[in-house]
Design a protein around this ligand. Structure first.
Ligand SMILES: Nc1ncnc2c1ncn2[C@@H]1O[C@H](COP(=O)(O)OP(=O)(O)O)[C@@H](O)[C@H]1O
Ligand SMILES: Cc1cn([C@H]2C[C@H](O)[C@@H](COP(=O)(O)O)O2)c(=O)[nH]c1=O
Ligand SMILES: [Zn+2]
Length: 191
């Protein structure tokens, strides 16, 4: 029976790297995969998964209007699929997470989703909340805070490196805009 796995972490924890390793592992065994990433996250370019360690792969870009169940079914008409992998899963809507549940339960294809648990205020993203509630398996990936503790939080910073505590939930950026910190150091810099 297929399962949904949610690999969650702060930024810079190796989520994209781990996804690309899992994808490689399926493919080196002769199995076929389908990759998705958020269209809005165009740091590399649209529809591309890139890890800081240098691995990269093309992916199907999803936005809130994408029907993931239909996209997978359409692909299945042309080739077998052994795994669906989703990066930037925090940007999924709850409806899309339910579509992934259907991919898993009705189409019997394992789903591996990778994303942030919380935003720069420590609040759950919609996709992450749905995955935390619905996934069969929750796996925490770990980044290291500057103090050596596990970094579970994402501090947003401005161009001068100053903490940002208000603003839109979605703000695309990398190590220039976010710093992964432990809760203690996140609190010290935001309160
Ligand atoms: N040249 C490198 N060699 C080894 N590890 C690296 C290198 N560059 C970045 N990293 C590590 O890769 C991790 C970030 O990987 P990435 O998959 O981009 O993270 P995420 O998707 O969670 O933001 C960090 O732990 C960082 O220290
Ligand atoms: C914390 C936080 C992050 N984001 C954005 C910033 C990046 O574009 C992605 C996460 O990238 P990762 O390195 O692949 O984890 O999410 C955001 O929009 N809002 C936030 O609060
Ligand atoms: Zn710390």
């Amino acid at each position: 029976m297929a399962k949904i796995y949610f690999y969650y972490a702060s930024m810079n924890a190796g989520k994209s790297t781990t996804l690309l390793q899992a994808d490689f592992n399926y493919r080196e065994r002769g199995m076929q995969t389908m990759l998705f990433t958020a269209a809005i996250d165009d740091r590399f370019h649209r529809g591309h998964i890139a890890s800081r360690i240098g691995l990269e792969a093309s992916a199907h870009a999803f936005d809130p209007t994408t029907d993931l169940r239909a996209a997978v079914a359409h692909e299945l008409a042309n080739r077998p699929l052994h795994c669906v992998l989703v990066d930037e899963a925090q940007f999924l809507t709850r409806t899309q997470v339910l579509q992934l549940a259907s991919v898993c339960d009705q189409l019997d294809i394992p789903v591996l989703a990778y994303g942030l648990r919380t935003d720069f205020r420590g609040e759950l993203f919609e996709g992450s909340a749905a995955l935390l509630g619905l996934a069969d398996s929750l796996v925490e990936l770990k980044a290291i805070c500057e103090c050596g503790r596990k970094a579970t939080m994402n501090l947003r910073v401005d161009a001068a490196g100053q903490s940002v505590t208000q603003g839109a939930q979605t703000e695309i950026g990398g190590n220039d805009r976010y710093v992964a910190l432990c809760r203690r150091h996140f609190m010290e810099r935001t309160q």
